[in-house]
Design a protein around this ligand. Structure first.
Ligand code: ATP
Length: 265
């Protein structure tokens, strides 16, 4: 298994953010972690990157135990995270930000190749390479954050909420680029509140609720699951109840409404 997370428990002081989270990612997959605010998605990525220490559980990557490894060593193994909120260096240029992403590498030719690859995916960054990063639009800043993560030449790219704050057109664009990056051979673990978009490009997904995995499976199956649709894909659940009413009368409608309500709780 490429990445395996087993029974992860993470605390922030007295608050338990993850309760026995387990999942896996195979090489070349796009796997999504979806769920509401505070479900523990970012915490899971931070644990993989070595930015928070799990109290217990195990994270293995290509057979190596990452659980107690330092963050910079984890980057060195080919895992790179693009954090929520972008965290770019606003007073540095686009190019300087990208060069920061290659800090673990010293081969100038390789760094130049990575830069070309980033500019291939994000031509707008090439046009704006001398511009101060803080003056970029929100979408461009997201591209820069992803580009910086790619500069480390990751084999596993961890993306935290890449769609956050972007217009629908830009979200489409960013997700297409994620697919392209994956098609070139980079494995992607994607955290998203935009479950519809995440499921549309993923092979598989895990649903997190208050720090626990409550459902998982192939993305297509989750997209077809009524409970997932109602809770995460904005389906209007009255439609189900109305359908049941037509088929089975008023008692059926009450039952369906109750079941749909339970799926949401
Ligand atoms: P969001 O999309 O809002 O970031 P999330 O699913 O990524 O949500 P996390 O950020 O992982 O969720 O948070 C999981 C839980 O841990 C939440 O209850 C949150 O309040 C708590 N938490 C996260 N970071 C910290 C922190 N630094 N200190 C204390 N509690 C934290």
């Amino acid at each position: 298994m490429f990445l395996q997370v087993e029974d992860l428990n993470v605390f922030y002081g007295a608050i338990q953010a993850l309760h026995g989270v387990s999942f896996s990612v195979e090489e070349k997959e796009i796997v999504s972690l979806i769920g509401a605010n505070g479900a523990g998605k970012s915490t899971t990525l931070r644990a993989i990157s070595g930015l928070v220490r799990p109290k217990s559980g195990r994270i293995t990557y290509q057979g190596r135990d990452l659980t107690r490894m330092r963050a910079h060593s984890i980057v060195g193994l080919g895992i790179s995270q693009c954090p929520e909120g972008r965290r770019i260096f606003t007073n540095l240029s686009v190019l300087e930000n990208l060069e920061m992403g290659a800090y673990t590498r010293s081969d100038r030719k390789e760094i130049a190749d990575s830069l070309e690859r980033v500019f291939h995916h994000f031509p707008r960054l090439k046009e704006r390479r001398r511009q101060e990063a803080g003056t970029l639009s929100g979408g461009e800043q997201q591209m820069l954050a992803m580009g910086r993560a790619l500069m480390a030449r990751p084999r596993l790219l961890l993306l935290d909420e890449p769609s956050m704050g972007l217009s629908p057109i830009l979200v489409e664009e960013i997700f297409k680029i994620i697919k392209d990056i994956n098609a070139e051979g980079t494995t992607v673990l994607l955290v998203e509140q935009n479950a519809a978009m995440a499921l549309a490009i993923s092979n598989r997904a895990y649903v997190l609720e208050t720090g626990r995995v409550i459902a998982h499976g192939p993305a297509a199956e989750l997209r077809a699951d009524k409970r997932i649709r109602a809770a995460y894909l904005g389906d209007v659940i009255e439609t189900d109840a109305a359908g049941a009413a037509g088929a089975a009368g008023a008692a059926g409608a009450a039952g369906a409404a109750g079941a749909a309500g339970a799926a949401l709780s």
